[in-house]
Structures are given as C-alpha cells and as structure tokens.
Design a binder for this molecule. Structure first.
Ligand SMILES: [Fe+2]
Length: 419
C-alpha cells in the first residue's frame, strides 16, 4: 500500500516510493529506494523534503514499530539509532541473506581454460537468453525480478572465479546483431572479472554482475535508428541516447531488492572523471569506484565489438586508446588495473609471432603481459594449419615474441575449435 507520510516519520527499513520534489532536486541516485541507514533520512531532510510516500509492500510500515499514533509523536532523531539496530536485519530481503550465506559457503577452485570452456558456453547461452527476455519485457514496461536473474548471475560468477578468461573470450568471439543484450552480457562478465581482480568481496562481485547486465536497459526506449546510426548524431539524437541512463535508473530502481551498488553502475557508467560525462557531470571521486570501473569496461567492450557500421578494434588497440583517454575520462590507476586484469593480449586473442606462426592466447601472464601462454595453430607464411601446440612465451627458453594481434576473420580461423 502506498502511504503519504511526513519525512520526520521515516525509519530505516521503509521503502520510499516517491519524494515530493523534482527528479534532480534530491541527493539520491534513484527516485525509489529502501532506507538502509539513518544518514539517508537525514540527507532527505537536509534537502527540505517534508513529505514522501512509502510502499508498505516493499518495506516497513508505520505500524511495524508500533501504532501510527505512536510514530506520529516520536521525535525521529532520538530514535533512529535504536531503530537502526533493531530493524536492520529484518529489513534485508530473504534472497540477499540466503545468497550471502551461500556465497561464503562455496569455495571455487581455479581450472584451466579448456576445462571451463564447455560450461562457459552453456552459461553464456543462458545469460544471453536471460538478457533477451529482460530487454523484451522491459520494452513492454515490465522488469524481470531479481530472483529470476540470480541463478544465471551466480553461474556467471562461478565461471569467472574458476577461469576469468573463458566467458570473456567467448563473449568477444560470439558477437551478433543483437548488440545491446550481447554488450550487456559482455560488460557484466568483464566487470565481474575486474572486481575479482581487484580483490572485491562476493557481494560486490554479484552486485556488479547484475549492474553490468542491466546498465543499458534504458536503451529499450531509444529508437534503433538512433542506436545503429552510422553517421554523426544530431543534438536531439544525442539527447535521446543520453536519456537511457535516467530511464535505466528509473526502471532498475523499481526492481524489488536491487542493491545501491548495482544501481550506481546503471547511474554512473557514462560519467567521466573530468566532469564531462552524463547525465549529471559528476567529477572525480563523486563517481563511485564501481561507476568508474563500469565506465572503463563499457568503453572497452564497445570498442572491441563490431557494430553494423564499423569493425571491432583489437583489444590491444582499444586498451591503448583507453589508456590515452585516462588522463581525462577515466581513473588512470583503475585503467592500469584493468589492463593487468584482461592483459594486453587477452585470452582468446589471435596473435602473430615473429616466427610467422599464428597463435591464440590461452592464459595471460600477470608478471609480463606481453608474454602470455599461447596455442600455435597456423603457419602464416605458408597459410598452413599446424597441429596445435602450447607455448609459454614467458619461459626463458622460448625465443618467440608477439609481433601483433590479428583479426581472426582475416585468417578464417574458428577460434572456438582451438579453446
Ligand atoms: Fe550506456
């Protein structure tokens, strides 16, 4: 039930359905959210928001802490701390509690790429099917609930933890026409990978995976003609593209149980460190770490994907470009960490060795990104397929070096067959 109440009666655990002010007149990323700490109530009051509506189906009611009459006479500031302690645990949706426990219980052991590829293919298909459904339903004004997303998200995370290269290299090899949902799956995988590389906890990896899947869902309202336009965009078209962030925040913000971390990714993935991004023009540390990471991943994925109007860029070129932009657009230290995470020659990249042999990267070497482990598959000088053999370019006895990365299409190699 939606109830209009004075802001002074707000408590931790209530779900704010509507704030009586304009969209940009409040300090929150979203228009709807569950109050998780007393500071949020204080922030709301500081911004002069005197009245709000709460949704009692999605959070605590006034009566949850006594009668309405009691609540209406209780001075809010005196009781916030006690209420926070008393009510914090019961306000967590059961799904979050269960998942958190499950996450701590599972220990994931790393496996070689070849061992993970079969599972990763299946997980990628499931993730793509999920996102196709999410986009279709979003187009019709509905959002898939988190409980339906959770099993696929968990499988994605497990795969990334077992072998960080498998899902991401498959995602790059399998780009199709359905750009937005393939892009969302790939961003999600890369972001999970990046968070894992940064040593973040399982809860954050899970929130980032969900945020990555949903970061562009607002694009269901952007006309395809604009999304796929090859030429320069008019001011009006660009404004429509920019709207996908606010629309995405509204849509994702209404999902029951969505975390602030997932929402931050939706809200901030186009913000730039120098303040030149959108929709708000946040600057530097005003952008959360996950927002800064999502911005890097989003651009990297876009550059390394083929679109209807341009070919995909090789990962090493894309990283070079992002590195160059990192003085203004991105967090420079995070860009360096991202390069360490995916490697200059990421898993699944076709590379030309100075011996003239073509090889596929099967494992990056964190100590030397220019010398990964590779699988030799073709002799480029004679255009001859050879019996695949593994080569660790970081071994002192191995003299071959990478000259460049090569587009797989140019050599008509079905990379998946070799991984
Ligand atoms: Fe976007």
């Amino acid at each position: 039930m939606i109830k209009r109440i004075a802001s002074e009666h707000l408590r931790v655990g209530m779900f704010v359905h509507h704030m009586e002010c304009g969209w940009m007149d409040h300090p929150f990323l979203v228009n709807q959210f569950k109050i998780s700490q007393p500071g949020e109530i204080a922030k709301l009051k500081q911004h002069g928001i005197a009245w709000v509506s709460i949704d009692t189906a999605r959070g605590l009611d006034l009566s949850s802490e006594g009668s309405d009459e009691e609540a209406s006479v209780t001075p809010p500031l005196e009781n916030e701390e006690a209420l926070d302690l008393d009510l914090d645990a019961p306000t967590l949706p059961p799904l979050q509690v269960d998942t958190a426990e499950a996450m701590q219980a599972v220990v994931v052991l790393p496996v070689p790429l070849a061992e993970e590829m079969g599972v990763a293919r299946q997980v990628l298909s499931e993730a793509s099917a999920l996102m196709a459904t999410v986009m279709d339903e979003a187009r019709m004004g509905r959002m898939v609930d988190l409980e339906r997303m959770e099993p696929v998200v968990e499988k994605m995370i497990q795969s990334v933890l077992r072998n960080p290269g498998a899902l991401s290299c498959l995602g790059r090899m399998r780009q199709k026409d359905q750009y937005t949902f393939e892009h969302s799956v790939n961003v999600s995988v890369l972001l999970a990978n990046f968070c894992h590389h940064m040593g973040m906890d399982r809860r954050t990896i899970r929130d980032a995976t969900i945020g990555g899947l949903l970061h562009d869902v607002g694009k269901v309202h952007t006309p395809d003609a604009i999304l796929n336009k090859a030429g320069p965009l008019t001011d009006d078209e660009f404004a429509q593209i920019r709207n996908h962030v606010g629309q995405g925040v509204d849509m994702v913000g209404s999902i029951h149980g969505i975390s602030d971390q997932s929402l931050t990714i939706v809200a901030q993935h186009h913000e730039h460190m120098d303040g030149g991004g959108y929709p708000i023009g946040l600057k530097g540390e005003q952008i959360s770490q996950l927002g800064q990471m999502a911005a890097i991943v989003d651009v990297y994925e876009a550059l390394t994907s083929s679109r209807s109007y341009r070919a995909a860029m090789e990962p090493s070129q894309a990283l070079q470009r992002i590195f160059r932009w990192s003085t203004q657009q991105f967090n420079h230290a995070l860009v360096q960490r991202f390069i360490q995470c995916v490697g200059i020659y990421p898993v699944g990249t076709l590379v030309l060795l100075d011996s003239g042999m073509l090889a596929i990267v099967t494992e990056i070497n964190p100590a030397n990104l220019l010398r990964p482990q590779v699988r030799v598959v073709l002799d480029s000088r004679r255009d001859l397929v050879v019996t695949p053999r593994d080569l660790n370019l970081s071994k002192p006895t191995v003299k071959e070096r990478i000259v460049s990365s090569e587009p797989a299409a140019k050599w008509k190699i079905n990379m998946e067959l070799y991984l």
